[in-house]
Design a protein around this ligand. Sequence first.
Ligand SMILES: NC(=O)c1ccc[n+]([C@@H]2O[C@H](COP(=O)([O-])OP(=O)(O)OC[C@H]3O[C@@H](n4cnc5c(N)ncnc54)[C@H](OP(=O)(O)O)[C@@H]3O)[C@@H](O)[C@H]2O)c1
Length: 480
Amino acid sequence: MSGTAQIGVTGLAVMGRNLARNFARNGFTVAVHNRTASKTDALVGEFGGEGAFVAAHTPEEFVAALERPRRLVVMVKAGDPTDAVIQEFAPLLEEGDVIIDGGNAHFEDTRRREKELRERGVHFVGAGISGGEEGALHGPSIMPGGSAESYASLGPLLERIAAKAKDGTPCTAHIGPDGAGHFVKMVHNGIEYADMQLIAEAYDLLRRVAGYSPARIAETFRSWNTGRLDSYLIEITAEVLAHTDADTGEPFVDIVQDRAEQKGTGRWTVQIALDLGVPVSGIAEAVFARSLSGHADLREAARGLPGPSAKPLEGAQAAAFADRVEQALYASKIVSYTQGFHQIRVGSDTYGWDVDLGSVAAIWRAGCIIRAAFLDRIRAAYASRPDLLSLLSDEEFEREIGAAQDDWRAVVAESARQGVPTPGFAAALAYYDGLRADRLPAALTQGQRDFFGAHTYRRTDRKGIFHTLWGGDRSEVTGG
Ligand SMILES: NC(=O)c1ccc[n+]([C@@H]2O[C@H](COP(=O)([O-])OP(=O)(O)OC[C@H]3O[C@@H](n4cnc5c(N)ncnc54)[C@H](OP(=O)(O)O)[C@@H]3O)[C@@H](O)[C@H]2O)c1
């Protein structure tokens, strides 16, 4: 027997609950279920007036409430709980039904789950969902993987509840088979780490080198937010910096311990980038900067080490420096996105996903944490050249980074001179200079490897693989 609910949500903590309400507010009949049944009743009791909910107290009731093919969203704790819930529901499902995991799963877990369920004839969609609890309720950015067939059944519902970009396009699209959606969500979070780190470095420079107060920096960020840096993260940064602690009257940022935490998706991005051989140095520096901040013991031990203390600039010099920081931030941001999109391209090639990079940029334009006007530029760059190798090869970005580079270099040099750490700005600049170099010292690295490990090398003037007999005659031997 088939039920009447077009979609079901199991796992009614903050994300699942808001997602279920979003479906209901958009006119869908939603079956709701939670391991602890009281949460199901609480949701329907509190928000039942927002739309059509069917409360289910057992997995059997939940499955029976869904129309076929069934679409069942799992919003439980990532990891073992997700496997436990899948194992509980899978035997109750039929061929063609769709399980959607909206949690923050590792894409390799999603690949494994998709394969297991495919063998039972059930579609498994790993869907990255970004935007936090507000996004889940009012419109997130949704990155669904899985089969094209499952998207045909699920897509129209997701498109209704997703955020809408300024041009009205829903911020969701089929990303690609099996783990593609969760992979793209992982890189999204890595880029989010890099964006946040770059903004934090800009703040630190404005505070310690330009000598601005948090309130003045909030104003600076507000004005940047009306230009090319227009984004959710810049907007909330201004809010945080303008906030005063009610108890002490101090700027809020000064009463918060300077030890950043991480949930793991940034770390996954870097781990996978290492496996794929993709240089995501901006994301890596962001993860390491958080890690460094957390080592209170090391920091305490190093506090007295020699080095300069920043001397704030004054008047027009400070204002000119602030303008340079905006250039450095923008150029470094272009590099972060270049690295993130490179990782998605290599992931897509490695796993055969055929991800449309322009479409990824398009669905990040609203709803998600990295939403920004800038993403429409990236969408346009891939739309005009779908085979674009790197964002740095796009004429517009090339022109902008060219215009920013003198200031970018000046900011990195000044930060080193004044002893203000800017690992994100510096890594981005090193990546840029590394890519544009005619020759890299990797040639010397190859020579060293051949010397101590007979690892061989290739020559610039002849084909083949070579090894030098280091020692007496230093003659060359051609390998295979
Ligand atoms: N919070 C965010 O901003 C955010 C953003 C994007 C994605 N996510 C992802 O979305 C998912 C849900 O996040 P959340 O913060 O709403 O909830 P959560 O705290 O991660 O998980 C709590 C939910 O999981 C259920 N659960 C835990 N273990 C279970 C098990 N063994 N069997 C059945 N159910 C189990 C709980 O049921 P009981 O009520 O019975 O304990 C509850 O409904 C997570 O994967 C998270 O990573 C979260």
